[in-house]
Ligand binder design. Sequence first.
Ligand SMILES: NC(=O)c1ccc[n+]([C@@H]2O[C@H](COP(=O)([O-])OP(=O)(O)OC[C@H]3O[C@@H](n4cnc5c(N)ncnc54)[C@H](OP(=O)(O)O)[C@@H]3O)[C@@H](O)[C@H]2O)c1
Length: 276
Amino acid sequence: MAKTVLITGASSGIGLAAARRLAAEGYGLILVVRPGTRFPEGTWDPARVRIAECDLSRPREVKALTGRLVSEDVPLDVVFSNAAVQPWQRQETRDGFELGLATAVLGTYGLVEGLHPLLARRANGHPPLVVVTGSLVHRWGEYDLGDLQRQRGFDPNASYYGAKLAQMQLVTHFAAAMKKEGIAVHSLEPGMTRTAFARHFRGFYRMMSLLWRPFMRAPEAVAGDFLTLIRRPDLLETSGTNWLKGKPRPLSPAARDRKAADALVEACRALIEKTA
Ligand SMILES: NC(=O)c1ccc[n+]([C@@H]2O[C@H](COP(=O)([O-])OP(=O)(O)OC[C@H]3O[C@@H](n4cnc5c(N)ncnc54)[C@H](OP(=O)(O)O)[C@@H]3O)[C@@H](O)[C@H]2O)c1
């Protein structure tokens, strides 16, 4: 039976390349895009590809989307939480959350938590799977649980690195929590990739991102890594692993810190509850 994969950030970059590759391989797809997105044309078979609109930075929208998919009991084998953004100035969502945190961290948490019932009831000869797009920079990430919204001074890199650390802690948390149910959770580190991710960068970082562009990986190469990962036979045994180019690449000690991960999860729950 063909698998169904849900991909966030599917309208561009790594998510779009993964969607195209998986569509070509015959997978069923649920492609999550921001409301109003004009989806790139391609050879999408409407029988196998569903486009779902959701602003991932808004917990209520994430809850509505996951609730809809659960109530429809859609088949779902893999969740690829890939969307993120690095705003250059501090921006707040309508819920009053810092945009980068809300998109990557609350978005990933709400998505995985909300889709958990669908994954838990899936037995397709291969463990149900969650993959989160990671980054090298999580190793430099820090955040203060008392100031998750970065109100005490905002730096775009510190904020992004902190959000990536937090996402890797979610991988640690969910891998431990879901293993007994037979659900595997992994992270995929793309390496520097030629996408539009740096579009908000300014000054020195903008210049560097343009200079480095020719040497970056193609998003199609990362899509290949994703396909290799989701086909691994040992996904459950290796759950909680971070992968780069098909090889395990250790998460930082902070990312593997179970206590810190559990505390972050409590903070995510509390923030999401505020918007209910
Ligand atoms: N490119 C790199 O060098 C690199 C390196 C390490 C890690 N990563 C990670 O790779 C992942 C994918 O990024 P990318 O490089 O492919 O960049 P990208 O082309 O900018 O993709 C990001 C995707 O996330 C979507 N997104 C952002 N905010 C959203 C929201 N609130 N609701 C719904 N969708 C939203 C974007 O949609 P819109 O266009 O509508 O905003 C876009 O489709 C990210 O997690 C990033 O941190 C990238």
